[in-house]
Design a protein around this ligand. Structure first.
Ligand SMILES: Cc1ncc(COP(=O)(O)O)c(C=O)c1O
Length: 377
C-alpha cells in the first residue's frame, strides 16, 4: 500500500471544483437560491418522488432536528437505538423531546423492537430506526410496530442514501427519512443533509424552520427574492443549505449510480468474501448485496482481542474506527443509568474497516490479510 490508507474520505475532483466555480463566477450568489432548488429537484428525480417531498438542510443532524421538531411535540418520547451516532440523540433532545435508548439486534445493529416495546409509555410519540451501516434491515417490522402503537417514524437514514429496502429506495415510502451528505457519506455536499417526506405539513414546517420559521421564505429564495414582511409562529433555525454546497451535491449525485455505488458495493463484497468463516470475525447480516450502498464496513471481533487487533492493524498502516460509543453511556444521556447488555457487549466488539471509493480491491485484500494475521497471532 503506497499512499497511507484512510478509513474514509471525500471523493471529489475537477467536476465538483468546476460546479463550485460556476456558482461563484456565473451565479454570483453563494447563499440559498436556485442551485439549492435544482439539488432538491435532482434528489427528487433520483428517488422518483415529487420535488416538494425533499427539503435540504446544512447537515444531516439539522435534517433530523427539523424532522423531529415538525412531527413530535416537546416533552414526548422517541424510541431510538443507543448504538448510533450521538447526532440521533442530539436531534431529539434539541427538539425538546426525550430520546429513549433501546437495544439493537446483534445480527444487524438495528433497533430491537421487543426491547422498544418494553419502553413504550403514554408519552411515546415516535420511533427513530437507524439504518446502521446502510442496512434498513427490518424496516417493515418497524412500520408495523409504529402503526400498532400510533407512532411517527423518523428514519435516521444518514448512512443509507441510495439504498433500497426490498427493492424500494429508502425515502420513497414510509413516513419521514433523513439523509446526511457530510464529507464521508455515500454522496457529499461538503456538509449537508435532507428530509424526504410525503407529509406536506411536516415538509412545510421543515422548509420554514430551516429559515428561522419565516413563512414561505424558501419559495422566495428559490426565485432570487426574500421575505421582508412576514410572520413567524414557531421556533426556527438557520439550517438551510447554500448554493455552493448544492453545486457539489449535484455533481456527487450524478456520480452515485455509475461510480460511487458500484465501487462501494464491490469493495464490501470483497470484504465479505475474504472474511467469511475467518475464526474470531463475525460479519453482520446484510440485505441482498445489490440493495445496499455501504457507507461503512463494520465487523465484530471477539471483545477480549478487539483492542489488540486494532493496534496491530494500526501498526500495519490500517486505520480502523468504532461506530459507535453507545449514546446511553454519555453523561448527557444518563451516563449508563440504563442498562443495555447487548449494546454494551457490541460496543466492545465492533471494528470499522476502511471503505470508500478511493480504495482499491487489492488494498481491501491486503487489509483482510492483515486482519487474519492479527487474529492468528
Ligand atoms: C447515524 C447517523 N445519524 C446522523 C448523522 C448526522 O449527520 P451529519 O454529520 O450530516 O450531521 C450521522 C453522521 O455521521 C450518522 O452517522
Amino acid at each position: 500500500m503506497s499512499t497511507p490508507l484512510r478509513l474514509s474520505r471525500s471523493i471529489v475532483g475537477q467536476a465538483e471544483a468546476e460546479a463550485v466555480s460556476r456558482v461563484i463566477i456565473e451565479d454570483g450568489y453563494l447563499g440559498m437560491g436556485s442551485e439549492v432548488k435544482r439539488f432538491e429537484e435532482d434528489i427528487a428525480a433520483f428517488l422518483g418522488v415529487p420535488a416538494n417531498h425533499v427539503i435540504t438542510a446544512n447537515t444531516g443532524t439539522a435534517a433530523l432536528h427539523l424532522a423531529v421538531q415538525a412531527a413530535v411535540e416537546p416533552g414526548r418520547e422517541v424510541l431510538v437505538q443507543s448504538l448510533t451516532f450521538v447526532a440521533s440523540f442530539q436531534a431529539i433532545s434539541a427538539a425538546g423531546a426525550v430520546p429513549v435508548a433501546c437495544e439493537v439486534r446483534p445480527e444487524t445493529c438495528t433497533i430491537d423492537l421487543d426491547d422498544a416495546a418494553r419502553r413504550l409509555t403514554d408519552k411515546t410519540a415516535a420511533i427513530m430506526p437507524v439504518h446502521y451501516a446502510s442496512n434498513p434491515a427490518y424496516l417493515d417490522d418497524v412500520y408495523a410496530f409504529a402503526q400498532r402503537h400510533g407512532l411517527r417514524v423518523i428514519e435516521d437514514a444518514a448512512h443509507a442514501f441510495g439504498c433500497r429496502h426490498d427493492g424500494r429506495l429508502v425515502g420513497t415510502f414510509g413516513d419521514i427519512a433523513c439523509f446526511s451528505f457530510d464529507g464521508i457519506k455515500n454522496i457529499t455536499s461538503g456538509e449537508g443533509g435532507c428530509i424526504v417526506t410525503a407529509d406536506q405539513t411536516v415538509a412545510q414546517r421543515c422548509r420554514d424552520a430551516r429559515l428561522l420559521s419565516v413563512e414561505n421564505d424558501t419559495e422566495k429564495r428559490f426565485t432570487g427574492q426574500r421575505s421582508w414582511d412576514f410572520d413567524v409562529t414557531r421556533q426556527g433555525w438557520r439550517y438551510h443549505m447554500s448554493n455552493l454546497m448544492a453545486a457539489i451535491g449535484r455533481v456527487q449525485l450524478s456520480r452515485l449510480p455509475g461510480e460511487f455505488g458500484p465501487a462501494r458495493k464491490a469493495l464490501a463484497a470483497i470484504y465479505r468474501e475474504e472474511l467469511a468463516g475467518v475464526p474470531g470475525v463475525t460479519l453482520f447480516a446484510t440485505r441482498p448485496e445489490d440493495d445496499i450502498i455501504p457507507h461503512i464496513f463494520v465487523v465484530r471481533i471477539d471483545a477480549a482481542r478487539r483492542d489488540a487487533v486494532k493496534e496491530v492493524l494500526a501498526a500495519a498502516g490500517v486505520p480502523t474506527g468504532m461506530h459507535y460509543k453507545p449514546a446511553h453511556l454519555l453523561s448527557f444521556y444518563g451516563g449508563g443509568r440504563t442498562c443495555l447488555p447487548v449494546t454494551e457487549a457490541l460496543y466492545h466488539e465492533i471494528v470499522t474497516l476502511p471503505l470508500h471509493p478511493g480504495i482499491t480491491a487489492e488494498e481491501v485484500r491486503v487489509i483482510c490479510a492483515e486482519l487474519r494475521k492479527a487474529l492468528a497471532a
